[in-house]
Design a protein around this ligand. Sequence first.
Ligand code: SF4
Length: 392
Amino acid sequence: MCYAIPGKVVEINDKIITVEYFGEQKKARNEFYNLALGEYIYAQGGLVIQRISEREALPVLESWKEMFHELAQVDKNLARETKTMYEKANAVRHKYSGNSCCVHGIIEFSNYCKHNCLYCGLRKDNKQLKRYQMEPDEIIQSAADAINLHGFKALVLQSGEDDSYTAEIMGSVVKSIMEKTPILLILSVGEKDISFYKRLYDEGARGVLLRFETSNPQLYKKMKPDSDFNKRLELIKQLRDMGYLIFTGFLAGLPGQTREDLENDIKLTTALGTDMFSFGPFIPHPQTPLANENKPSLELALNAIAKARLACPEAKILVTTSLETLDKENGAKSGLMAGGNSLMINLTPEKYRKLYEIYPQRAGTDIKVTANISRVIALLRSIGRAPTDLGI
Ligand code: SF4
């Protein structure tokens, strides 16, 4: 986003390059450009997404120079405490990733879904939900606004499992977005045929957000009665092998989930070779069969983040907006201080935002995008995080 810093290419080793940000070096994978030493790039999620000229890069770097070192010092000071599990996880995050923190935008383009997951407000049997589908041009325009008006460098395109968006339609959406300004484009559209994902990969999409939700096959079957656990895992592996960055993880606090399940959830996230861990707390939706279940505590989600950080020190760990729903004031900050190093901002057009109701009263649905961006930047600055790429 506007909160992004370009880096200078200082080493090239085939497709793996070393990028320098104010003396700090990070590795990134370069698939798209014939780069030379000394050139400037933007990277996201460890992937080079844009080459920019020195004329464009230097003023941005100049504007960040002083602040970058100030932020690094703030983060270092905050990471000194190591008494609680959260503080230990934060110290590990600081040791392995420095103060880098990425911020992705998300556009939720359809709330139709053919499935009936017990925990989800978009389930097809929820007849009280007003449904919407954005036109392809509307998706492209929303992405253009996110990129050009707000400066986002990574975007998630998300929907329920809505088969009306075919490979042809989504392929042309991805192509159109990438032709105008290359970014890290992440798909969160559920289980699709592998040819769908191949088509979108060929058009330039490079990330897939597909959670496995629980590592317990029996619990999975109960929560997702019309989906197959092994098939989902197989798809995640196939997508990783195709070259997609994989964003996956689970729901913490599902009814019937045990402590052992949660430990296994973290292990499975790691075992899948995940590029970005994504954990959300289960929040009951009133129009689902789980309406009367208890909302989990913020601590449960924070524990999952902290344990994942301690188990996998170099992980990129997303702090989902559901944490802010559990605690509006401190949810995001607490997640970042428990080992998280990535955030998402909702960029869905205002008229649709409240309708993507996977759970009720989602944070970020009643605030203007510009105000939300300012709020996130202020939060990141207050805890010393800078938008250098997290690297690979
Ligand atoms: S979790 Fe996903 S697949 Fe299941 S009902 Fe919700 S949107 Fe559909």
